[in-house]
Design a protein around this ligand. Structure first.
Ligand SMILES: [Zn+2]
Length: 419
């Protein structure tokens, strides 16, 4: 039976059950229902989605396929992890650390990013880098260009950032493509970022829309999404995987995908644990962080890191918004101290997510990369513009490379052309 037919039957059954569902479950069922009819709402997708099958190491092989339940970078060790001595695990897998920041880049947070990565290097002598998931409003594209030229990864977080979680939960493939595709165009034109270098996306509020999100990522030619938190797979933590086959990952903010989407990587957001034992997908979302003191914060970061480093070496994510640095007097100092501590390990690499995925695709012993990443070296002549945001009539101040747009770039008019 075609997957679409199965889904349609599933959708009918789900809608019948939905009538009796309790209010608490209603949102979840509604989300699921939306997910199961996803193929009929694929306005711009050219392929019909097939239901994903269970993953097996025999069918799914690196570099292009990885099962969600594989724990070491080499499938041949699957099922034998407990037999491998700790020392050997250490020599097998390097520890990657992915530091990511979401939302607008502006003059204030740029200065913090600059200070944070200043002088920070990996064991191969290459500079440590992070990933910036950019949303459009209030972003300073001259600073984005500077981050890009400094070797950081530039990734997508939509143009509008949306109007709450409903917008993203219900989003069609076309909506997601429009939001993220437009942001890609803005970055290319106003920050001189080569679209080929933009490999990843993160949904605002981490609100994915089941298959639609990942189908849109595929249509946009992106390599990965990093929006999907896991609480269940943190001890040992989950490695990144592809959606060729059904994911075993716990669905914290559904709907989650259930179609086969070959070649799309999920870089799961392995949650941290706060001081009361609660899980948090981003550092700034932890309800009970330690007291505002450098050593207490540092020790807490180390504890979360060691859950990865001392077990299966799944990449360790440090996900946050720069606003967190202003929330406590010692947050920035502790964060910086911790990164400099990581830089002393011979087997810890701080890179963008796409660079880390290169390693996961082709794990090697010893140095993970043949050379440092080439810096883009783009030229950006800074210009400062006062332009009208036509949807609201407000004036927006905007710094861009080379030439001001006629109006404030927005969805539907990403280059801000005169209408
Ligand atoms: Zn955001």
């Amino acid at each position: 039976m075609r997957y679409a037919t199965v889904l349609l039957l599933g959708a009918l059954l789900a809608s019948a059950l939905l009538c009796d569902a309790q209010k608490k479950n209603k949102t979840k069922s509604k989300g699921k229902l939306k997910s199961t009819v996803a193929p009929s709402t694929l306005e711009s997708a050219t392929v019909e989605l097939q239901r994903a099958e269970r993953c097996t190491a025999a069918k799914c092989k690196l570099p292009d396929c990885r099962c969600s339940d594989a724990t070491l970078p080499r499938p041949k060790f699957k099922g034998k992890e407990h037999e491998i001595p700790q020392a050997l695990i250490s020599s097998l897998a390097l520890q990657f650390v992915t530091i990511t920041f979401d939302d607008a880049v502006n003059a204030v947070n740029y200065a913090q990013y600059d200070l944070l990565f200043e002088g920070l290097t990996n064991p191969d002598g290459c500079p440590a880098t992070g990933t910036f998931f950019l949303s459009h409003e209030y972003t300073d594209y001259v600073r984005v260009n500077a981050l890009y030229n400094a070797g950081h990864e530039i990734a997508l977080h939509s143009v509008t950032h949306g109007d709450g979680t409903d917008y993203w939960r219900e989003a069609t493939v076309a909506t997601i493509e429009r939001e993220f595709g437009a942001q890609l165009q803005i970055l290319e034109t106003y920050a001189k970022v080569d679209p080929q270098h933009v490999r990843g996306m993160r949904l605002p509020f981490l609100q994915i829309a089941g298959n639609n999100t990942f189908a849109a990522a595929k249509n946009l030619g992106l390599g990965y999404d990093s929006s999907w938190p896991t609480q269940q797979f943190k001890q040992p933590p989950m490695w990144p995987y592809t959606l060729d086959y059904l994911s075993v990952q716990d669905c914290q903010i559904g709907p989650c995908p259930d179609a086969a989407l070959p070649g799309v990587w999920v870089s799961p957001m392995v949650t941290w644990t706060d001081t009361e034992g609660y899980s948090c997908s981003m550092i700034d979302a932890c309800a009970y962080p330690p007291e505002d003191e450098v050593n207490a914060l540092f020790d807490w970061m180390l504890e979360n890191f060691n859950r990865h480093y001392q077990s299966n070496r799944a990449p360790f994510g440090m996900y946050l918004h720069a606003a967190w640095f202003s929330r406590g007097r010692n947050n920035f100092a502790a964060f910086k101290k911790f990164l400099h501590h990581l830089a002393t390990y011979p087997d810890v690499y701080m890179t963008g997510i796409s660079r880390m995925l290169e390693y996961v695709r082709k794990p090697v012993l010893g140095q993970p990369f043949k050379s440092c990443e080439a810096r883009p070296k783009t030229q950006c002549q800074a210009v400062h513009c006062n332009v009208e945001k036509t949807v609201t009539g407000e004036t927006r101040y905007m710094s861009v490379c080379d030439r001001c747009p006629a109006v404030y770039p927005w969805l539907g008019n990403p280059l801000g052309q005169a209408l």
